[in-house]
Ligand binder design. Sequence first.
Ligand code: UTP
Length: 238
Amino acid sequence: MHDAIVIALGGSLLSSDNGGSLDSWKSNFTDLMVSISSKIRIVIVVGGGKLARKNISIAKKNGISNSFDLDLIGIEATRINAKEIIGFFSNSNLMIDGIIPETIADCVSYLNENNIVVMGGTVPGHTTDTVAIKMGAKLNSKLVVIATNVSHVFTSDPRNDSNAKPIERMTLDELGVISGIGKEILPGSSFAVDPVGVKIAIEHNLPLVILNGHDVDNLRKALCGESFDGTKVYGVEN
Ligand code: UTP
């Protein structure tokens, strides 16, 4: 199978408070996808962001406490955001027909006919980071980029620790420790990278990049193999 790039696109990037102008981000991101998808196949896995957190919190207030059902509400939000991304693309010359694959297998077959696929979540029990990592492993992708609203993986959570330091390079095993592989995952919770996905990346020795997706030019550099700002997570050399 030909090579492909997978991007986990944080849902927070689609909010109007994404740190810059949403309209210019949309237009820069669409232009980047037009240019990259002419050279390599791309899968964009869109997160649920604020919408997922809001809907999960409303559902909890309404008495839903079962993680499976709350996860389904989160997945629905990711697919709504995926539709929004497809909406951005509809005014460009990207060949995209608006179908959102709901499984890894459907994404693989859809990718046989299309150079760019946009999807959201798949099944309960993880976040869209894991969907992107599973797709990367399935496609033997040379790169999985987690484009989020923080610039790096940090030594500790920068929201609670002013001494948290950004990490430029780390191993998959080190990321496994920081992200907390094995700990319970609650619907709507947030981590540097979803530990379920990190475990799969370790099993497949799949390199990851974590960067701030607000900066589309920085994302371009990462996708094009140029030097960029973010955390490079590498596997073991074969
Ligand atoms: P996200 O992938 O959006 O998680 O899934 P996130 O960490 O909040 O990512 P951002 O903020 O968009 O970057 C939101 C929720 O949807 C459910 C989970 O409950 C998750 O916490 N979900 C998502 C699944 O159960 N399965 C999936 O495949 C995707």
